[in-house]
Design a protein around this ligand. Sequence first.
Ligand SMILES: [Fe+2]
Ligand SMILES: [Fe+2]
Length: 341
Amino acid sequence: MSTAGKTREELAALLAEHHLIGAWARNNAPPPRAGKTAAYWRWDAIRNALLASGSLVDIGSGGETGMRSVTGVEARRYPVYMNAQVLMPGERTQAHRNLRSETRLVCEAPPGAVFVCEFEAYPMERGDVVVSPPWTYHDHYNGGDEPAIFVDGYDNGYNPNVNVNEKLPGGALYEEITKPDGYTHDLRGNVRTASNEAPFPLPPMRYPWTETQAALSAIRKGEVMPDPYEGVYLTLASPVDGGPTLPTMAWHVQLLEARQKTLSHRHNSTTFYHVFEGGGVTVIDGERREWYQGDIFAVPPWTWHSHENATRDDAILFSIDDWPAMKRLGFYMREEGGPSR
Ligand SMILES: [Fe+2]
Ligand SMILES: [Fe+2]
């Protein structure tokens, strides 16, 4: 499907057909679909809509901070959700900070594209996850010559009624980059500042794909048994206490080997998945949901689910899950051993 030369009407039709909303048209959301597997969106449609919006929609149209994003119609009803953004060459969003966690997974980006968070630039490379915790300033800049596309993982904040949204002091639009490359990473790795108390705001963090990939392949080389419910399953750990990525939600990455099928389980936290590589099926309360590279889908709370890699190659899924918030607040439940098919 070509994205060149699309009209605004064609873009609107593409979004509606694939149950997506552009940030510039949030007030025109189509009705949500019903059913357990309804929170599901194809990457081709998301990517084509983003690229078409790059030439049709001004970056200021997605809100005053200048986002150009596409969200699934059903996504925002969940406590955590994913959407996708595009930044065209030369574009920069306006800096702000607010009281929710904003996290990003890079899908494609040219050299020169960076996330800026707390006055430090984090390069965008495919598979990197960059975390902007609540009340950290953030903006994004594409200094390269190709579009930069990334998936956002958000929590909705503890309570939307107590959110606070603030721009930079003095009316500045963009953060000045005052910290050297790798600053936070170097201070928050295995060698770190002495205090282990959680500061506020929490530090931003970049999880480079090179490190995630090294961890996945180390597990396989070490012949560690895959988790029967998840396959090879890793957490992107908090740089403060080594626990889940953030107090409200965790990023995970999992690898399903060729033809692997997991056992069924359910929990009352919500999981959003982005298919990083490969293809497969997730069975959700008996409904089979196929997925392909790039797709985004949700497993709703308290639904039995199991995964299946339908191909002869590895499949890699990134996910966000609000189990940390649920657990800390005393609401988390998990059960294993449900029907797998
Ligand atoms: Fe933001
Ligand atoms: Fe699960």
